[in-house]
Structures are given as C-alpha cells and as structure tokens.
Write a protein that binds this ligand. Structure first.
Ligand SMILES: [Mg+2]
Length: 181
C-alpha cells in the first residue's frame, strides 16, 4: 500500500500540539502560564482541510487556554487536552464518529504519539520527530514541527484526493472576518 492509497481513505486528520503544531518551545511566565506560538501556514492548512470536507481533531498531553481559543477559531471538531494515554482517546473518537482507523490520519513528534501512530490508517512524523515515531510513520515530513509540517501533511492528503477544485468552490462562501479570524 502506498501513501497515496492511504491518503485516499482519509476523512479525519488528528494532530498532536507541542512539537507538531508548535516547535516545542514553551515560554513560561512568572505566574506559571505557558505561552506557545503557532504557525499561520498550519492554520491555513487546517482551514483548507475543512473546506475540502475533512474534519480535524487534537489530542495533546498539555492543557492551555490559548489552544482552546485557537482550536475554536480554526473550528477543530475534537479537542482533547491533558491526555497522557492517547490511544483510548483515539478509540473513543473512532467510536463516537463511526469511523474506521483507515479513515484517520495522525501527525505527531514524540513517544507519547507512538501508539496512535501505529493505530491509524495514515501516520506522519514531523521532520524533527523522535526516531521511533519516524520509524513507525508512513509519511516523514520535510518540515519540522511548528514550521509547516502539518500543512505539508494536509496538502499531501488534499492533493492526493484532488480536492483543490472543491476548496476553490467553498472559498467563495467564506466570510473573511468570521471564517479567517
Ligand atoms: Mg508532541
């Protein structure tokens, strides 16, 4: 089975956050609050996936208010924070949405992602992922975490599914303020 074959089945894209949607950097403020930066290219990739009719979700070990705001803004369907054991959450997402693992893609960077990487139909490792994650992933991104890896993975799926026309059609119905933040 090729990565093209795998990509054709995908209806959902699940993502890790730290080291995947971010470069892994945390800025810790004196009051303990943690700040992180996201990449607009990844954000647009998520929007493109939605315009193509795909759904997205996040499973992350940490918990932050800023992630809640960002995922609301990006209209991410499933947000699971503070999850140390990610596999049961994957199983729950599959059950609740009536999905098979073959329909789900996942992108991650570190050992906490390993069981999910091994379980989904199409898995990706960011360029600077842990070697175990790279070893078990179908797709190795050229871009590191927080620097367009998520965008690259999403674009591979959308290109393989030939979704660009659908996206262009759906872009016409967007309201810049409401849909693009
Ligand atoms: Mg991570």
């Amino acid at each position: 089975m090729t990565n093209q074959d795998r990509a054709l089945n995908i209806t959902w894209i699940l993502m890790d956050v730290d080291g995947t949607l971010t470069d892994g950097t945390l800025l810790v403020l004196p009051d303990g609050e943690e700040l992180k930066t996201y990449n607009v290219r990844d954000g647009l990739g998520i929007l493109l996936a939605h315009l193509a009719g795909l759904k997205t979700g996040i499973i992350t070990g940490k918990t932050s208010k800023s992630l809640e705001i960002r995922s609301e803004k990006l209209k991410i369907t499933e947000l699971h924070q503070g999850i140390l054991d990610k596999k049961p959450v994957l199983v729950e997402i599959l059950e609740r949405n009536g999905l098979t693992a073959q329909e789900v893609a996942y992108i991650g960077d570190d050992l906490g992602d390993l069981e999910v990487v091994k379980s989904v139909g199409f898995s990706a490792a960011v360029a600077d992922a842990h070697s175990e994650i790279k070893k078990h992933s179908h797709f190795i991104c050229q871009n590191p975490g927080g620097k367009g890896a998520v965008r690259e993975f999403i674009e591979f799926i959308l290109s393989t599914q030939e979704k660009w026309e659908t996206i262009q059609e759906n872009v016409k119905n967007l309201t810049p303020k409401k849909d693009l933040g």
